[in-house]
Design a protein around this ligand. Structure first.
Ligand code: PHB
Length: 368
């Protein structure tokens, strides 16, 4: 007799302002299964996708429903930090692993011993950038971040590290998360005349930011734009136009990353109906890779504690490069790349020009 099917409950914003995240991750998860099959260690794997619309109460309700009524063995997805926070108590109560594929606030993995992550953390991406800025003739910076947990993480990480390196923060501005009007904020930045603006906005919001950066004449005023790679998200980068050229970001995944694993990933993503995968898609693909490898290791035992033990210390070659799961924090350890937006054969890409290797979440390292 074949063993029971292992159901993976994928909860994502498929509608609402962050639907691009849901589309990228669900396409990548389906692409992973199309490439690797739906059987692991003699066990059938089934993916169940549900739309939470980006509303935390919905995420929690769906997670509860999935584990109680549908017998889901692994919860996955979580497109935004508040959605991951909302589901965390369900993972703890049900002892069901929760694989965070998108949300990137440092503290998420501390909300339940059943949480692991295949995206990144904002401090992980930001600290290397603050060092790069200080080393590259940038001495005065205004920070602009989305006003919620990952934005605050990014602001804190940038401000602390940049000051440690002798830099000056002229002003720190926080903007609303969804549909922000950047114009008045960017006018203030222009008046403050910094060397650079550091920006974090969640995936999808970058286009609106870049348009206002252009319209307010910041580039013409000689103000550089630097940020985490969320602002030059591969999903929307190619439509940003010339204003994006030369923008320097740090992040864990670029569609332009050169490796056999990334070629396989990009082809599978296309075959599954996607266009260009972004860092969210990479988190979705790797989340599935982690679940598959954990099931392999337990011989198909999908009980929560067994899977969590298998996940700790797991290492693999991702489309982004080598990654592992820190056994102490259950958070992802990965290379952070320095990238510049360039025209590659008529399309805009984040072209990598350097990296910091095996970066752990610095926010947790500071606490431990
Ligand atoms: C988050 O809400 O944690 C989040 C969302 C989108 C990003 C990064 C972080 O691009």
């Amino acid at each position: 007799m074949a063993q029971d099917t292992v159901k993976i409950g994928l909860i994502l914003p498929m509608t609402g302002p962050f639907a691009s995240t849901g589309r990228q991750i669900s396409t990548a998860a389906e692409a992973y299964m199309a490439t690797h099959g739906d059987e692991v260690a003699g066990t059938k794997v089934e993916l169940i996708l549900e739309d939470d619309g980006g509303v935390p109460d919905q995420t929690k309700r769906i997670a509860q429903e999935m584990v109680v009524n549908e017998g889901v063995k692994v919860l996955a997805g979580f497109g935004l930090t508040p959605l991951a926070f909302a589901a965390a108590p369900i993972a703890t109560q049900a002892k069901v692993p929760m694989v965070v594929m998108a949300a990137a606030t440092s503290s998420i993995t501390e909300k339940s011993p059943f949480i692991t992550r295949t995206s990144f953390t904002l401090p992980q991406a930001t600290v290397p950038l603050a060092r790069w800025a200080a080393d590259n003739d940038i001495s005065k910076v205004v920070t602009v971040v989305a006003d919620y947990a990952p934005g605050i993480d990014a602001e804190n990480a940038f401000v602390n590290e940049f000051k440690n390196q002798g830099g000056e923060i002229v002003e720190s501005i926080r903007v609303p998360v969804a549909n922000p009007d950047f114009a008045p904020f960017l006018q203030r930045v222009r008046d403050a005349q910094p060397d650079a603006v550091f920006v974090f906005v969640p995936s999808g919001v970058g286009s609106a930011f870049m348009k206002q950066f252009q319209d307010r004449g910041l580039a013409d005023a000689g103000i550089k734009l630097i940020g985490t790679g969320d602002v030059t998200d591969d999903d929307i980068l190619n439509d940003m136009g010339d204003v994006a050229k030369g923008v320097i970001t740090t992040h864990h995944y670029s569609a332009a990353h050169e490796s056999a694993e990334n070629d396989t990933f990009k082809q599978a993503f296309k075959d599954a109906g996607g266009d260009r995968p972004n860092f969210m898609a990479a988190g979705g693909w790797d989340g599935m890779a982690l679940i598959y490898q954990a099931l392999e290791k337990t011989g198909g035992d999908a009980s929560g504690p067994a899977l969590m033990e298998a996940i700790k210390g797991m290492e693999w070659e991702s489309p982004r490069g080598p990654v592992s799961i820190d056994p102490e924090t259950r958070d992802i350890v990965q290379d952070m790349y320095y990238r510049e937006v360039k025209d590659v054969d008529g399309e805009l890409y984040n072209v990598e020009f350097g990296k910091e290797e095996a970066v752990k979440d610095p926010a947790k390292a500071a606490k431990n």
